[in-house]
Design a protein around this ligand. Structure first.
Ligand code: IPE
Ligand code: IPE
Ligand code: MG
Length: 244
């Protein structure tokens, strides 16, 4: 891609979701500990938030910690939680500057109390911002999200607040963590893996998938443009639906 003129000609997806992968392999390839990869990965998230919004992307969702990631070695989980604490602090400042509206999706109830408090403050402080809608998936699993939604639906049905005949794709979508957020148009996964790893199972039904060998800490604006160019080459039969 040469210059901004061509970027202007591209159809920019409204919502981009990213499975940021390869932090550990990236660090290892440099003879560094995995955590160094996570630190650089967090920096890449900040850069991409800014670049995505400049390009006209309205919603960006990143997979930061999955329900399965608790199974990693204790040291790594602790290091990730520490990094998350710092990241949430930085994110509050960045969000104020960029007018970003931040929402955390996933089961927050399993996170430490101080992390939940920081998330609450961040969501509250940024809720009316009119910039990028930035979703961070933390202790997120697509199956877990659906199970939580089904439980709440069954409770409401038993209590007589919802009639079984009234349950629809729309009403179920409205009790998922992503309520009010349009489904992703484009999913990017970095570092050569070609699977969904329990991310946004319901929401990705018609999303275009893009895989790149680039490891997440090396993911730049140029790589994002490449993904959008590939998205523009697809024959989107289903994409231009709801709200467009
Ligand atoms: C992605 O990088 C970040 C998280 C899942 C937290 P990885 O930690 O999965 O890195 P690899 O896949 O082992 O290289
Ligand atoms: C997916 O990456 C989860 C996140 C990016 C947070 P993983 O590296 O944990 O996924 P698998 O284990 O390779 O499927
Ligand atoms: Mg990985």
């Amino acid at each position: 891609m040469q210059g901004n003129k061509m970027l202007e000609e591209l159809n920019i997806p409204k919502h981009v979701a990213i499975i940021l992968d390869g932090n550990g392999r990236w660090a290892k390839s440099k003879g560094m500990p995995r955590n160094y990869g996570h630190i650089q990965g967090a920096k890449a998230v900040e850069v991409i938030c800014e670049e995505a919004y400049k390009m006209g992307i309205q919603y960006l969702t990143v997979y930061a910690f999955s329900t399965e990631n608790w199974n990693r070695p204790k040291d790594e989980v602790e290091a990730l939680m520490k990094l998350l604490r710092n990241y949430l602090k930085t994110c509050l400042k960045t969000a104020e500057k960029n007018r970003m509206c931040v929402r955390v999706i996933g089961d927050k109830s399993q996170l430490d109390e101080d992390i939940r408090r920081r998330i609450g403050e961040l969501e509250e402080a940024t809720r009316d911002n009119d910039g990028l809608h930035f979703q961070i998936a933390l202790n997120y699993g697509g199956r877990d999200e659906i199970v939580r939604a089904v439980k709440s639906l069954v409770r409401d049905t038993v209590a007589g607040a919802v009639r079984v005949e009234d349950i629809s794709e729309e009403s179920l979508g409205d009790i998922l963590d992503t309520k009010g957020i349009p489904d992703p148009d484009l999913l990017i996964r970095t570092c050569n893996e070609q699977r969904i790893s329990n991310f946004l199972l319901w929401q990705l039904a018609y999303t275009e998938l893009y895989f790149t060998p680039v490891a997440w800490p090396d993911f730049t604006k140029e790589e994002l443009v490449k993904a959008i160019e590939a998205y523009n080459m697809r024959d989107r039969r289903y994409g231009l639906v709801k709200g467009e």
